[in-house]
Design a protein around this ligand. Structure first.
Ligand SMILES: Nc1ncnc2c1ncn2[C@@H]1O[C@H](COP(=O)(O)OP(=O)(O)OP(=O)(O)O)[C@@H](O)[C@H]1O
Ligand SMILES: Nc1ccn([C@@H]2O[C@H](COP(=O)(O)O)[C@@H](O)[C@H]2O)c(=O)n1
Length: 231
């Protein structure tokens, strides 16, 4: 990655988790546009591997059709390759880790711990509706495979979310809302602290200028106070 060796600088990784169709890919695209992360979707990398005619292609295709989780070794190699080929040092890893094996193997191999986990929480009925109208020609977007994917999500992926929650690393988002509203919640989490302080101070300054007849003068100390109260 870039000119800095892995030993010197570890990339910043955000895991993006949520049920099938919860809107992970949609929100990642907006995060990339607004915050400059590189988006790595484990599912997309696996689908590209099938297309490339790799020796693992048939195995991956069969696992995806059945909604099963591909062995970690395969997925982690693809993720590592994509990270090494990127010039960026901040990544959204979407749809991974999908189970405990994915999680433990990734941490053991890369020695990377996520900064946090963005977790898109959405009811199954809504996810099912969204997947059935997605129309991207995916082999797993049919009702039979969708039900299997929901089961795998409940049994294998949610425990990973619970693991990170026990470490205080989960940022849960209500993903049942419209796309724009979900992104507002995402922004509040992704926006760097310094930006929030700046924004908060400007907002207070604006408020004061509207009421400057009655408001107190804006002093250095009132801005300092704003900084302290801003998250
Ligand atoms: N908040 C939303 N409200 C309504 N539709 C949405 C919303 N977010 C995404 N969608 C639509 O739902 C479908 C699934 O979204 P998306 O592909 O982003 O989900 P995903 O979590 O990445 O799915 P998967 O895990 O199956 O790859 C897409 O057609 C997308 O346009
Ligand atoms: N860590 C992962 C991620 C995905 N898969 C397989 O790909 C399918 C589609 O994944 P999406 O994230 O694009 O929905 C998924 O159902 C799995 O079969 C995987 O094995 N491991």
């Amino acid at each position: 990655m870039g000119t800095v060796s892995d030993a010197e600088k570890k990339p910043i990784v955000i895991f993006v988790l949520g049920g099938p169709g919860s809107g992970k890919g949609t929100q990642c695209a907006s995060i990339v546009e607004n915050f400059g992360h590189t988006h790595l979707s484990a599912g997309d990398l696996l689908r590209a591997e099938i297309k490339s005619g790799s020796e693992n292609g048939t195995m991956i295709q069969n696992m995806i059709k059945e909604g099963k989780i591909v062995p970690s070794e395969v997925t982690i190699k693809l993720l590592q390759k994509a990270m090494h080929e990127s010039e960026n040092d901040k990544f959204l890893i979407d749809g991974f880790p999908r189970n405990e094996e994915n999680r433990a193997a990734f941490e053991a191999v890369t020695k990377i711990e996520p900064a946090f986990v963005l977790f898109f929480d959405c009811p199954e009925e809504e996810m099912e509706r969204r997947i059935l109208s997605r129309n991207e020609g995916r082999v797993d977007d049919n009702i039979e495979t969708i039900r299997k994917r929901f089961k795998v999500f409940q049994e294998s992926s949610l425990p990973v979310v619970e693991y990170y929650d026990s470490k205080g690393k989960v940022r849960k988002i209500d993903a049942a809302k419209p796309v724009e509203e979900v992104f507002e919640a995402v922004k509040a989490i992704i926006t760097p602290k310094e930006e929030k302080v700046k924004y908060h101070s400007y907002a207070i300054l604006e408020e004061l200028s509207f009421s400057d007849t009655y408001g107190p003068p804006v002093t250095e100390s009132s801005l300092e106070h704003n900084k302290k109260v801003a998250v």
